[in-house]
Design a protein. Structure first.
Length: 458
């Protein structure tokens, strides 16, 4: 007869990532809540393939996020990636692709819930010289009128009727134990199987591996979890003007996106395999894109139509399908999403740092979340403490801190600025036309601000 763990693993063998995604959609789990390229990937003169009114054909912000999720679901169906067995210490943030069934009773034997004495029958009791400690073999049975010192978590001797807490007992001059309050039958004993029996399903497919889930899995006898694999991401940082150390000089500036994007992508559940720095070189960009087998390629800068903006020409050259070509969002309007293959996509981020963050949360986050089969966060809204100016046609994403009075908009929220987002808890979604003081706005949590799964950057 197979054990519950074996049955769960056998069921997982036939469960691909798309099926796990479907189960997550049907049974959503609890929700968990320096300048890089100034001016690059900005709003330059339209390229020949971009008519002057291209902005009016840009994708509305909510539709862009939905498009990214839909693209990820199609990619998961095409790839049919097999769930993986992951050691517990590497499984934080992954999604279960097989049910977690108990491999043992919990507890697996009767244990003491407190430090004190194990008792047999009515008192007073004669106390054995030796005690019972956790982690030791089964102790000798007790006889009526007998007690033995016992530690929390230790195995209960056979014929024990109750455990008397240390603070509820006293010994007389003859060394006999007396209770200082009434003792109930079975008191402070954790019986075998109190939490679960072997074979019980503890957690369903689609559960996010939180620290508590890892602890439960270990207690239930697991060394590994069967999980949806992390989406693989390659990052291409574009631009001749970027420095990787030291102060800006001679028209060169520090690259802020190279240090920022990989940990942010990891916080979104990705496995960042490579970060490559590529100059303003169309051939090098073409080689990098066509040689990658990542699930997602993320580029920075070069998404507009300037003389060294090579992302659009490269996508046309390889026959990519543009799913999103510009979003009605500020900052970050020239972001894009392209399908390179049935199971591979490219997210082009603008080069300005806050604009890149906007693109990351608009396109990369829903795509990666869906590929990883993570549950979608529950939308929530809070009132804005201060009025926020809006764009006439576009959604604005504004860094905010969360206080008792609501969401407080931060200054330094220009496309090339990171000072605001570095202090932020979330981004407020401000509709076209702006928002008045006290008006509720949708909020996008930053993965580390909620103290949740996203705090794992490695």
């Amino acid at each position: 007869m197979t054990s519950p763990g074996t049955r769960a693993d056998a069921e997982a063998e036939d469960l691909d990532v798309e099926e796990a995604l479907a189960l997550v959609r049907e049974n959503p789990g609890p929700a968990h809540r320096g300048t890089a390229h100034p001016g690059r990937g900005g709003h330059g003169t339209p390229a020949p393939h971009h008519p002057a009114d291209s902005h009016h054909r840009a994708t509305p912000w909510p539709e862009a996020r939905t498009t990214a999720e839909r693209a990820a679901r199609a990619a998961a169906r095409a790839a049919r990636r097999t769930p993986v067995a992951v050691p517990l210490d590497a499984a934080l943030g992954l999604t279960l692709a097989a049910p977690l069934a108990a491999l043992t009773d919990l507890p697996s034997f009767d244990t003491s819930a407190m430090d004190g004495w194990a008792l047999a029958g009515p008192g007073p009791w004669e106390v054995r010289d030796e005690g019972v400690l956790a982690g030791h073999a089964e102790p000798a049975p007790l006889t009526d009128g007998e007690a033995v010192r016992i530690a929390t978590g230790a195995r209960i001797p056979a014929d024990t009727t109750a455990v008397l807490r240390t603070e509820h007992g006293r010994t007389d001059e003859r060394g006999r134990l007396h209770p200082t309050r009434e003792v109930g039958h079975g008191q402070d004993i954790r019986p075998r199987g109190q939490e679960c029996r072997s074979g019980d399903q503890l957690l369903p497919v689609g559960t996010l591996a939180t620290p508590a889930v890892l602890g439960l899995a270990a207690a239930a006898g697991y060394d590994t979890l069967t999980a949806v694999p992390r989406p693989r991401v390659d990052v291409l940082v574009l631009g001749d003007e970027l420095l990787t150390e030291g102060l800006p000089h001679d028209g060169l500036i520090r690259d802020a996106l190279g240090p920022m994007l990989p940990p942010w992508l990891r916080a979104l559940g990705a496995e960042v395999r490579a970060v490559r720095r590529i100059g303003d070189d169309a051939k090098a960009l073409h080689r990098a894109v066509t040689s990658s087998d990542a699930d997602l390629i993320v580029t920075t800068g070069g998404t507009a139509a300037g003389p060294v903006d090579h992302v659009h020409p490269t996508l046309r050259r390889i026959g990519a399908e543009l799913l999103v070509d510009g979003v009605k969002a500020r900052p970050g309007h020239p972001m894009l999403l392209a399908r390179l293959k049935d199971d591979q996509h490219l997210v082009g981020l603008p080069g300005n740092p806050l604009a890149a963050v906007s693109g990351l949360l608009t396109l990369a986050e829903p795509l990666l979340r869906t590929l990883a089969a993570r549950p979608a966060p529950e939308p929530y809204r809070l009132p804005l403490r201060d009025a926020v100016h809006g764009h006439p046609y576009d959604t604005r994403l504004v860094p905010v801190v969360l206080r008792d009075e609501g969401a407080v908009p931060l200054h330094y929220n220009g496309p090339a600025m990171l000072r605001g987002i570095a202090a932020a808890d979330a981004l407020a979604v401000v509709p076209p036309g702006g928002a008045r003081s006290g008006q509720e706005a949708e909020l996008l949590d930053l993965p580390w601000a909620t103290g949740g799964i996203g705090v794992c950057f490695t």
